[in-house]
Design a protein around this ligand. Structure first.
Ligand SMILES: [Zn+2]
Ligand SMILES: [Zn+2]
Length: 432
């Protein structure tokens, strides 16, 4: 049964039980007049006082009687139901708990919530924009995957983010401070080929929900309340760590040509500790105290770390996806490289914190842009455009844990859990 998680309040529900909203359109059915808008108090309470009164008047919400008025659309996707009051047919599903409308194709597949967490200045909007671009291009090709924005709002912002970054070469956060906000998640449909051995040809769809939560806010009581459901509902968390926030890294880098270093904000180990405390408080801790939600810790801006890396470091090249399967050995190589680096930074405080708190942890290194913004224009992308390094690795790992992607190689080690198809392929062409 398809299980849907509301991307606004995180209530989980079987898709079949979601109520409908009448579209108030004339139908000619039964000669009835269409419904009038009525005050949706559930939705109005959820949205709070900032919504103008007129917008709180909406089509009536109703539950379709089982089997009677509900029917599958001819295409096989999306169901419709007839409004019991006016007889008008509607495809619009709403959340049971908060009455938010879902995008039209949101309820046709399981929801997977990927929480994105990082300090304010870590360029999360840039990261998401580049990640999606890679999923649509290079990475999507290798896995036969496709990604589409769901709903008008995500489609609009998705386009804006891409135009900023790829056409105007402007970093999204710089032009739109709330380009990726907590209150408006980005919703995507990820389609992956079903593996033939299991169920014949076809696609498997997953709704991906990306949120931006500022790591600094996790400590405050007010934000704790807002993030609670979000973090507890997450199937996986990508925690972005800006290495330029760490004194040991700042002290070691040659600083003659790049843009000025960012202001030091909340230390990453503090963000990690607050995250773990939040998850534990909401039932995501094991009996031994470690958090069970898989956490991909991604050190960003790895291009700026090049002076600290060996020339053959795996962090300086992309993973090889040509086999159409995740290369577990490559992931472990990156994990170990990152682990060694973190161990040497700020006395290994972040590494110790992470390993103490998270049972399923993998370390990554990535660069969304591939090089620093121009020194004289820190809000611009590099003149060459983004040339990302390993941006896809954390998300692919999280998807692989759930068996959504095939994996090869290195079954043991940090965070490894063997998928059902491991061993079915003959290995990757990677040479690591
Ligand atoms: Zn909801
Ligand atoms: Zn109606």
């Amino acid at each position: 049964m398809t299980s849907v998680v509301c991307p606004y309040c995180f209530d989980r529900s079987p898709a079949a039980r979601l109520p409908y909203r009448c579209q108030m359109s004339p139908t000619g059915v039964r000669g009835a007049r269409p419904c009038n808008a009525e005050l949706d108090t559930v939705w109005a309470d959820f949205m709070g006082p900032t919504v103008p009164p007129a917008l709180k008047m909406r089509g009536p919400v109703f539950t379709a009687p089982r089997g009677l008025s509900r029917r599958l659309a001819p295409s096989g996707g999306g169901s419709r139901a007839d409004c019991p009051a006016c007889g008008g047919s509607t495809p619009v599903r709403v959340c049971r708990r908060c009455h938010s409308d879902f995008p039209s194709d949101y309820c046709d597949q399981d929801t997977r919530i990927i929480a994105l967490l990082g300090p304010k200045a870590s360029g999360k909007s840039t990261y998401v924009s580049v990640l999606l671009n890679e999923l649509r291009g290079r990475v999507g090709r290798a896995y036969g995957a496709s990604v589409t924005a769901m709903g008008g709002e995500t489609q609009r912002r998705d386009r804006e983010l891409a135009e900023d970054l790829y056409d105007r070469l402007r970093l999204p956060g710089a032009t739109r401070p709330a380009a990726l906000g907590f209150n408006d998640p980005l919703l995507y449909r990820l389609s992956l080929p079903l593996r033939r051995r299991l169920r014949g040809d076809g696609s498997r769809h997953t709704a991906l929900v990306f949120f931006d939560a500022a790591g600094e806010d996790l400590g405050s009581a007010e934000a704790m309340d807002r993030y609670t459901h979000y973090l507890a509902a997450a199937d996986g968390i990508i925690l972005l760590v800006d290495p330029l926030q760490m004194r040991a890294v700042r002290d070691r880098l040659p600083l003659d040509d790049g843009p000025p270093l960012p202001v030091i904000e909340t230390p990453p180990q503090q963000i990690a500790a607050d995250l773990a405390a939040q998850l534990r408080a909401h039932g995501r801790g094991s009996s031994r105290g470690r958090v069970t939600t898989p956490v991909a810790v991604a050190v960003t801006k790895t291009d700026s770390l090049a002076p600290l890396l060996e020339p053959h470091s795996p962090l300086l090249r992309n993973a090889d996806h040509s086999a159409g399967a995740l290369d577990e050995e490559d992931r472990l190589t990156v994990h170990e490289e990152m682990r060694a680096l973190l161990d040497g930074w700020d006395s290994g405080a972040l590494l110790r914190q992470l390993e103490r708190d998270f049972a399923q942890l993998s370390l990554f290194g990535l660069s969304a842009l591939g090089s620093a913004p121009p020194a004289d224009a820190p809000a611009d992308a590099p003149k060459s455009g983004p040339r990302p390094l390993r941006v896809e690795d954390p998300l692919l790992w999280l998807l692989g844990l759930d068996g959504l992607l095939p994996r090869t190689g290195g079954a043991a080690g940090a965070g490894a859990r063997t998928g059902p198809d491991t061993g079915a392929r003959t290995g990757s062409e990677g040479n690591s």
